[in-house]
Write a protein that binds this ligand. Sequence first.
Ligand code: PGA
Length: 251
Amino acid sequence: MRTPYLAGNWKMNLDRRAALDLVSALREHVGDRTDVDVAVAPPFVYLDEIARALAGSRVAVGAQNMCDEPSGAFTGEVSGAMLVDVGASFVILGHSERRHVYGETDDLVATKVGAALSAGLDVILCVGETIQEREAGETEAVVRRHLTQGLRDVAREDMRRVTIAYEPVWAIGTGHNATPEQAGEVHQYLRGLLEGLHGAAVAEATRIQYGGSVKPANVAELMAVDDVDGALVGGASLSPDSFLPIVDLGR
Ligand code: PGA
């Protein structure tokens, strides 16, 4: 049985006050519940403070990106060890905005995944096709490449620290979520790939989140799909009004 995992990717949004108000509401709402795992990924500059505000709670704090190198002359970058140092426990890697806006390659994403695990961070690895790729019938080929390349350096025993997020690029920030059928097809395909890579036990245990225009009104139908084990939420994670009902899986 996989515990649903709901993570908020704030992207470059909120200010300090709004961020603290949001996590205070979230902390109270989640309390000591164990039926869901909940996490937030604030911008780097707020990580330290948000991690303090959530210390001792059941809400995890992570980053939206990190450097593939451990230290050195990499102006503007942040290392995995620094993230751990300020209280982050995971990092989102391979998000489509990193791939498509900042040109991150499969190779760079794979190196970051290895660096994150070495630094002691858990990983949410994002995979997903653009609308052009979907219309060209390339969805499976694209997510296969993202998954197999992204996990290139991950040992089987480290897979318990990895979550996959299927985020069709055409559904991100557009208000047009994938249908439960569309999500189900790709999630099932991804689980099959995980089985091929690491065996049935790992495939069964690995959580595969769906991401792309998740909101209170569609979360229940998406979470009802067999292979959908949670959500990576952008816009709707920015306010308690929308994120708290999502944490409740729309119930
Ligand atoms: P969205 O973003 O929920 O705003 O569509 C999801 C994501 O990019 O993780």
